[in-house]
Design a protein around this ligand. Sequence first.
Ligand code: ATP
Ligand code: MG
Length: 443
Amino acid sequence: MTDPIPAPESPTVPPVPESPEVPVVPEPSPDPVPRILREDEHPLRRDQICREALKVMDRLHNAGYKAYLCGGGVRDLLLGRQPKDFDVVTDARPEQIKRVVRNTRIIGRRFRLAHCIFGDVIIETATFRALLDTPPPDAENVPVPTRRRDDIPDPTFATRGGVIVRDNVYGTPSEDARRRDFTVNGLFYDPSDGTIIDYVGGLDDLHARVLRVIGDPTVRYHEDPVRMLRAIRIASQLDFEIEPAAREAIIQLAGELRNASRERMHEEMLKVMNCGASLSVFDRSWRKGLFQVIYPTLSRWLETPQGDAKGTPWVRKAFHQFDVWKKAGLKPMPALQYSLLFGALIEQRAAENEAAGAAPYVAAEQAVDATIRDAANLPQLPKAIMFDAERILGLQVQLKKAGPQSKYATRVRNRRGFQEALIYLKFAASLDPLRKPLLQRWL
Ligand code: ATP
Ligand code: MG
């Protein structure tokens, strides 16, 4: 008898996995592959970047780190515009940057930045940042140890999924690109090989002249409502269209701007007034209902028939004037800019106060205070700017009162803010012919 033919081996059935006792930790998704443009595929050239920024990047690169130009610098150079500043991003930690670039100061608590100082040029050098949830409010107050060593994890707290974690504020280049606000602001330039690195589709949007929020506009505006005003400012500056979803979301979420810090709103307002396209920012933000959230009292007046007739041309002309100054390379005092922005409403209120029996100077003073100290305005004016604006506007009464030849006039001329007061008068006279003789007398 022959041995029975062995039955064919039954296909091996993989063992049924036991339910794991330890929850499976998902693998971190691999870093996405960026689109890369070689040096001969784009117009950005090394020598367009300021020497100091190149020095920082070259030293970091020679020490074995990645170091890229990022943000508005890359965007503006690709568009053939002169950047306002050059920011650098690297995988070196702040202490490591300091070792490579000696003249470096480390600033910031929650996220530490290196300021590489070359005389009066400061190159802001940041370490690639992770995508994080908003850190808990007290994270800002976590003390930073004075002894800094590389092997100690950063004492920074941050949250991921609501859980407080340590030492994960630093991320990969792609994470750093994706935590930025708009795709055209998320491009990197690597001066060591001349490439542009695009993780977020910024190159296509730059080409199409579209400002697109990275990720879901509703989520990103909610995270940081100031991005709504940044969107309008940057689109106006570059003469770009805001992508429709990002535009709609501004109309929906405009009210959330009230959650922004009032100091930051002031900083952002200064950027608006000096961006060179502030009239367009005003018109666009008015249409979306955002300006009305920033300056509710002024806006309500502009919506009345009288305010619309007198105030709207004044406010639009003020923004236009800021753009003319910017084009001429002039840097006006912020107090003068705020005086012009609010001038029409202040004058209206002063006239009402006078009609109610107040003396001219008192009437003006009350109007100035009620308008620039109005707590409903989102931007919080620093005291120094407030005082200067009060001076410029108070001087208007004195200009009216004093004959330019009198002794009193000499005193007025020597007052701080006189030059600005005269510019204000010139501006007002350009809208109101009745003030031309007064201006002539003072010129
Ligand atoms: P400009 O300097 O011309 O006003 P910018 O784009 O360089 O424009 P900055 O305020 O200098 O603006 O910021 C530098 C970069 O930091 C931006 O390009 C953007 O990538 C990122 N950034 C700035 N503000 C935010 C924000 N609120 N949310 C996310 N990313 C931001
Ligand atoms: Mg910048």
